[in-house]
Write a protein that binds this ligand. Structure first.
Ligand code: NAD
Ligand code: WQD
Length: 341
């Protein structure tokens, strides 16, 4: 079965390509490398021992995307990772985010409809919940206003998928996966996250601080209404997250879905505070981290973590990697990057 993976050279996409291949699928990558490097392809190849067909195109480009569908002849399903993902940047450049994130989905759906490809897994995000009233969040928890244009693009994309699937003539079947906070890297340390410039996300900031690239981690606020005063998130290992895509694709291909659009939280079901992550990193690496508590970061949700019951009961998906092991893999990846300059 041939699975088109848009954004397949990116952080989560590259791990999904590996898991798909190892589960017996034929992945095909579409990426414009706007936020990734060719080196990810070499990393994938080194892990699986094969080259993955790759198209360097923008998937918001209808003509280019049509060529891929024509060349590949029969695509059984698509996983759509391609998007911009920097929350802060989306506030600065909202149009670019709407154009790329919503625009690429619209183009993809047009082309999928034309070529009668009916199976889609879409990368959504816990950001669609906004600041939830109650924890943990279930898939039925109502979405609150998004705190950034980035978050709004994910809400809009979910709406687009629902409307397109509801159209009487459309045969689209979609699984929306709402990821919580993906962290870590492949255990081989051949693929991982490649943050450009100063990282916004916690774990790359921690590993770069430990590696001496950053001087000190600033914890964004220690006065939240949480047990230790720092924010709580649900950190999921990227390989576990990648595996959720394999299960979702298989469910679509088997036509097991109970509705044309199904939504799943993909998290561990456990919340950890920023301080707990720092302590777990120190334990995993054997290092002391230079950090201090600074002011709150605008737009941060005080606490959010998944109710992961639906994914477990319906998809049979459960995360396997502990926070400690996830952070150990992130540190191993960082050291590999450091060695290579
Ligand atoms: P990433 O930036 O590492 O990967 C995205 C990939 O898509 C990159 O390789 C980029 O070059 C490519 N891309 C972007 N726009 C494109 C376009 N128009 N055409 C072709 N390629 C394009 O990001 P990631 O962390 O792997 O995220 C993958 C998906 O998961 C995104 O949709 C993101 O919004 C979503 N998501 C990420 C997180 C997270 O914390 N990383 C959490 C929830 C959801
Ligand atoms: C985690 C915690 C920070 C950096 C983002 C997006 C979300 C989703 C996942 C895509 C927070 C704190 C961080 C630092 C810190 N992405 N922190 N010092 O904000 O939960 O979620 O990525 O869909 O949409 O918003 O992730 O890694 O930035 O932060 O104290 O230098 O770490 O304040 O509490 P976040 P994050």
């Amino acid at each position: 079965m041939k699975i088109l993976v848009t954004g397949g050279a990116g952080y989560i996409g590259s791990h999904a390509v590996v898991e798909l291949y190892q589960a017996g699928y034929q992945p095909v990558i579409v990426d414009n490398f706007s936020n990734s490097e060719e080196s990810a392809l070499a990393g994938i190849e080194a892990i699986i021992g094969a080259k993955v067909p790759t198209y360097r195109i923008d998937c918001a480009d209808n003509a280019a995307l049509r060529t891929v569908f024509q060349t590949e002849e029969k695509i059984d399903g698509v996983i759509h990772f391609a998007a911009y993902k920097a929350v802060g940047e989306s506030v600065q450049k909202p149009l670019a985010y709407f154009q790329n994130n919503v625009g690429s989905l619209l183009t993809l759906l047009e082309v999928m409809t034309e070529f009668e490809v009916t199976n889609l897994v879409f990368s959504s995000s816990c950001t669609v919940y906004g600041i939830p009233d109650a924890l943990p969040v279930t898939e039925a928890t109502p979405s609150k206003p998004a705190s950034s244009p980035y978050g709004r693009t994910k809400q809009m994309c979910e709406d687009v998928v629902h409307d397109v699937s509801a159209a009487p003539t459309n045969k689209l079947h979609t699984i929306l996966l709402r990821y919580f906070n993906p962290i870590g890297a492949h255990n081989s340390a051949k693929i991982g996250e490649l943050p450009l410039g100063v990282p916004n996300n916690l774990v790359p900031y921690i590993t770069q601080t430990a590696a001496g690239i950053r001087e000190q981690l600033t914890i964004n606020g220690g006065d939240y209404d949480t047990p230790d005063g720092t924010n709580i998130r649900d950190y999921i290992h990227v390989v576990d997250l990648a595996k959720a895509h394999v299960v979702a694709v298989q469910r679509l291909l088997d036509r097991k879905a109970s509705e044309v659009v199904e939504t799943f939280n993909v998290g561990t079901g456990h919340g950890n505070s920023v301080l707990e992550v720092v302590q777990a990193f120190e334990q995993a690496s054997g290092l002391k981290l230079n950090y201090h508590i600074g002011p709150r970061r605008a737009g941060d949700v005080p606490a959010i973590y998944a109710d992961a019951t639906k994914a477990e009961q319906v998809l049979g998906f459960k995360t396997e990697t502990s926070l400690l092991d996830s952070l150990a893999s992130a540190w191993k990846w960082q050291q590999t990057l450091h060695k290579n300059g």
